[in-house]
Design a protein. Structure first.
Length: 192
């Protein structure tokens, strides 16, 4: 083999190695939901029990302050950006689908979650901030109550296990002495 062929072979090998390193934690047939990157903050594993697909029932509070009938949905979580972030997607039988990109910021020790939905195309994505507290994942986004009180829309993942999880969305005042739930979801992990 002459020097030109040897250099070409080395360059191809290095390029293939670099490309593989850039995407080795992305979804594959062996790992359809990706894998956590060992270079990511350890908190990337906060969502590990949610990774995969769940069959869920979504309930919203109606104008009469009664829970409406359940809407069937699937909720899928997977690792993205080569295992450095988490993405989720919901597909609901009512046709209103949604998703989030979840990134952990080591400097603030917080998860930042950016939400989008087919219900409205927004020029700026709504964001939540928070993290794991005990066995729950709790996130907050500033929001006034209908009568103008400062507070947050609080999201809680709880009862998390390998069998599924529950989710609750509620408005809370700044001290969390007042809580008004508006949305709840019950999920069971799908067995592949």
């Amino acid at each position: 083999m002459n020097k030109t062929h040897l250099l070409t072979a080395i360059l191809v090998l290095l390029t293939n190695t670099l490309l593989t390193a850039q995407n080795e934690f992305e979804p594959t047939p062996t790992y359809p939901y990706g894998q956590p990157n060992p270079e990511a903050p350890n908190e990337i594993k906060d969502y590990q029990p949610l990774i995969g697909i769940c069959d869920c029932k979504s309930y919203k509070l109606g104008k009469d302050n009664e829970w409406q009938s359940a809407v069937n949905m699937t909720w899928e979580f997977k690792y993205i950006m080569n295992g450095m972030a988490v993405q989720d997607q919901t597909l609901k039988e009512d046709g209103i689908h949604s998703g989030s990109i979840r990134q952990f910021n080591a400097d603030s020790s917080s998860w930042y979650v950016h939400y989008y939905t087919t219900a409205i195309a927004s020029p700026g994505l709504r964001a939540w901030k928070g993290g794991k507290k005990g066995d729950e994942i709790i996130l907050y986004s500033s929001q006034k109550s209908p009568n103008g009180i400062d507070g947050f829309y609080k999201i809680r993942f709880f009862n998390i296990s390998d069998k599924g999880f529950n989710w609750l969305g509620e408005w809370v005042d700044k001290d969390e002495t007042i809580a008004f739930p508006t949305w709840k979801i019950e999920c069971k992990k799908r067995v592949d």
